[in-house]
Write a protein that binds this ligand. Structure first.
Ligand SMILES: [Zn+2]
Ligand SMILES: [Zn+2]
Length: 769
């Protein structure tokens, strides 16, 4: 028995910051080193968007990805765990616009891009610091940025490769439009929220005298009303089929059409069809060949066509329309209603349908193949595959990929000034058609020599959707790409299945014809203690820094792994994170005790030693299996149970005396269990396990492989577990019941015959005489 090699009496979360520095100085630990005998494992890490503060749910999600990366390394794989920052997009533009109080379209484009670049650099650094401090073992020496010339050129190159195949087209049609972001949106950019609204009951006068009541939530669209529909089976309106009605306030006559899309139990059963209130309007304008009129412009203001409402915002116009209806005697009543409102997922602004010219990528024609690829990927948890399949089923339009913004990847196209031909340059370079000279001499169609650059940019998902191609080195390292595509793993949140996962699947389909990933890991959302999503607007965002400083990143990580089954949402509670901290303290205390014994090369094992080693073997098998299936819940909980319920209270107590007496069998077994436990826990709690390993065994636990079950240990020893636990509890209870201390001599109790092999250790432990 010597001094413990683990010096400090307590685990202190402050040790973690020092370990971060140690890891930084040992780049061989986490760097990607291809090795001819090691299989490669490539992770398509989600590049986070720098937003000032990373909320705790995100920190936990990235910790989970890190646990997978670490586990794969410990299986002996060469792990490419890249880290990128997704810096393109509207968020940073909005930040600059707000700070300077100058909207994007009033800026000089060059100056605006410069301002965005400065702003985003400052924000990104804080995020990298947090990623380090959380213990992420990513390849931070090669962080990639989606707004770099290199990445943008890559994104453009994939587009330009596909260009000759006719996968992109330009069209003028009504699209989802966000007036706040001033840009068309894809279906994937839209969220639905129940919002309070007013159902407005109006009177539409009939040519034959009298009126038909119509209820709507969009009275500001009256000027654009071109028809009224009623259900063909709705007897109340049977006499009105083919008649006309007069639109209130504007006075034009519109046809009354019997149509099955009318809902007899909404409002009066008769509905007005306007350009455009919702998807039903869109469909019926097409089907009934109605003439649309544009009453809302790209900035969300009413147009000339809205008459006296001209210039008002949609919301003000709605209020004014109600007042006007009332003073004209055409308002029956208004009633409050909860209305499922489509919102822009970035700005939470209600979306409109605005007719605009946009570039589209074909996607509807690929739906069958996309479903096939969805089925070819392994999902963890398996049930989340359905999210992707449902999304594919729900698509109704092609993907609008152009945006009228600046801090994005440019669409690399030019137009011939003379004949309008669209010209695409060869893939490879980073093109900025709004400022670069056209890379053409002559128009191949008309011979014209003057060109205009496309001034629009890509939807940011055009960039994100090629991240897996980028990290597997498509176009830059053909041998690596051929060997490592499909990418081993796509880890991501459930909320971006319809965007990031879907678009990556679409891109990989058209580029390679195959599934993009072998495995898709969908993690749950971190919710607040009451089960609500964390959102700045709810004021319930938890800053991870103070929690990490108080409890340590390991406690946070252990909580993230052990709290919920993979894929489920989890409620974040500081008390439970503190509880995870107690487990780490327990591990530290046990390790410190064991570290005071030397580690003999081997020793003769007694039945008690074989018993705990049989339990260890079982733990190793279960944990390896679970890590292999990307399940972190099981190994973290099994290791905790092993330490807390078996190893520390029973085995350690049973062999303590033998250990003190210098028995090599007990000492060897104590160390073997500690080594096994530390390696099994290393992916989840990389700090404390490494600190212990370095002090007790030297080197880093993160350079170790997972343990394998020991040979020669009879698995049947585990059959004694219940009886050992029961006997120990019984003696402890008897001593406590008599107010005795646990280490007093205890006469008159015999070890049951079934446990006689363990008798010597049990008698020493309880001092049975
Ligand atoms: Zn928006
Ligand atoms: Zn031309």
């Amino acid at each position: 028995m010597g001094d413990p090699r683990l010096k400090e009496t307590r685990w202190d979360p402050a040790f973690e910051a020092a370990l971060v520095e140690t890891w930084r100085s040992e780049p061989e630990l986490y760097g990607f080193r291809p090795d001819p005998v090691k299989p490669v494992y490539v992770i398509d890490t989600p590049p986070p968007y720098p937003s000032g503060s990373w909320h705790i749910g995100a920190v936990m999600a990235y910790s989970t990805i890190d646990m997978i990366a670490r586990a794969q390394r410990m299986f002996g794989r060469a792990v490419l765990f890249p880290f990128g920052l997704d810096r393109n997009g509207i968020n940073i533009e909005r930040t600059v616009e707000k700070k300077t109080k100058k909207p994007l379209h009033t800026w000089d484009r060059e100056a605006f891009i410069e301002a965005c670049r400065k702003e985003i650099q400052a924000i990104g650094q804080g995020m990298l610091d947090l990623a380090w401090r959380t213990g992420l073992s990513a390849d931070f020496d090669h962080v990639y940025y989606t707004d770099s010339d290199e990445y943008r050129a890559f994104s453009q190159a994939v587009f330009l490769e596909l260009w000759p195949r006719g996968l992109f087209y330009r069209g003028e049609r009504p699209t989802f439009w966000c007036a706040y972001c001033e840009t068309p949106l894809a279906e994937a950019d839209i969220e639905y929220e129940e919002r309070a609204s007013k159902l407005v009951w109006m009177k539409f006068a009939l040519g034959s005298g009298g009126h038909v009541p119509i209820a709507t939530t969009r009275p500001e669209l009256l000027a654009a009303c071109r028809a009224v529909i009623v259900h063909p089976d709705d007897d109340r309106f049977a006499a009105l089929h083919g008649k006309t009605a007069r639109v209130p306030l504007y006075g034009h006559e519109v046809p009354i059409v019997a149509h099955p899309m009318a809902k007899p139990d909404f409002g009066s059963g008769a509905a007005m069809i306007c350009s455009y209130g919702d998807m039903v309007d869109l469909q019926l304008f097409r089907e009934l060949r109605l003439d649309p009129v544009k009453v809302i412009d790209e900035r969300g203001r009413m147009t000339e066509a809205a008459g006296s409402l001209k210039g008002l915002t949609v919301e003000k116009a709605r209020q004014r329309a109600i007042e006007d209806l009332e003073s004209a005697g055409l308002l029956e009543r208004t009633e409050p209603i909860q209305h499922k409102t489509p919102l822009c997922s970035r700005s939470a602004t209600p979306i409109e349908f605005v007719s605009s010219d946009a570039w589209y990528m074909r996607q509807l024609e690929f739906r069958d193949e996309l479903r096939r690829l969805a089925r070819e990927m392994e999902f963890q948890p398996a049930r989340h595959r359905q999210l992707l399949l449902d999304w594919i089923d729900s698509l109704t339009i092609d993907w609008p990929i152009s945006r009228r913004r600046y801090y994005h990847t440019e669409i690399p196209l030019w137009y011939c000034k003379a004949c309008g031909e669209v010209l695409a340059p060869p893939p490879g370079k980073y093109y900025r058609p709004w400022k670069d000279p056209a890379p053409f001499d002559r128009c191949p169609k008309c011979g014209g020599a003057e060109f205009v650059g496309e001034d629009r940019v890509f939807d940011t998902w055009m960039d994100s959707s090629v991240s897996n191609l980028f990290v597997t080195r498509y176009r830059t390292d053909p041998a690596f790409f051929e060997a490592n595509f499909p990418t081993s793993l796509r880890p991501q949140g459930r909320e971006i299945v319809r965007t990031w996962l879907y678009y990556a699947t679409l891109k990989s389909l058209v580029v390679r014809g195959t599934r993009p990933f072998r495995n898709v890991f969908i993690h749950g959302l971190g919710l607040d203690a009451r089960g609500r999503a964390m959102h700045r607007t709810h004021g319930n965002v938890i800053d991870p820094w103070p929690l990490i400083e108080k409890h340590g990143a390991d406690a946070l990580r252990f909580f993230a792994a052990s709290e919920t089954n993979p894929g489920d949402d989890f409620r974040i509670s500081e008390a439970k994170i503190g509880g995870a901290g107690k487990f780490i303290t327990k591990l530290w205390n046990v390790a410190r005790f064991i570290s005071s014994f030397d580690e003999p090369p081997a020793g003769k094992l007694l039945p008690t030693d074989e018993w705990i080693l049989a339990e260890l073997n079982h733990l190793i098998e279960e944990s390896r299996g679970a890590y292999g299936e990307l399940n972190l819940f099981l190994p973290s909980n099994r290791c905790r149970e092993f330490l807390w319920n078996l190893f520390a209270p029973h085995y350690v107590e049973m062999v303590k005396a033998r250990g003190y007496a210098g028995d090599p069998g007990a000492r060897w077994t104590l160390h073997t269990c500690l080594r096994g436990l530390l390696r099994l826990l290393a992916p989840v709690i990389p700090f404390s396990t490494d600190r212990i390993w370095r002090s007790v065994y030297g080197g880093s636990v993160h350079a170790e492989l997972f343990p394998r079950p020991l040979d020669g240990i009879p698995a049947a020893r585990r059959e004694a577990t219940d009886a050992i636990l029961a006997f120990n509890s019984e003696v402890w209870k008897a001593k406590r019941d008599r107010g005795a201390s646990l280490n007093v001599e205890w006469p008159g109790v015999a070890v049951p015959a079934a446990l006689e092999q363990y008798g010597p250790d049990l008698r020493r432990m309880h001092r049975l005489v």
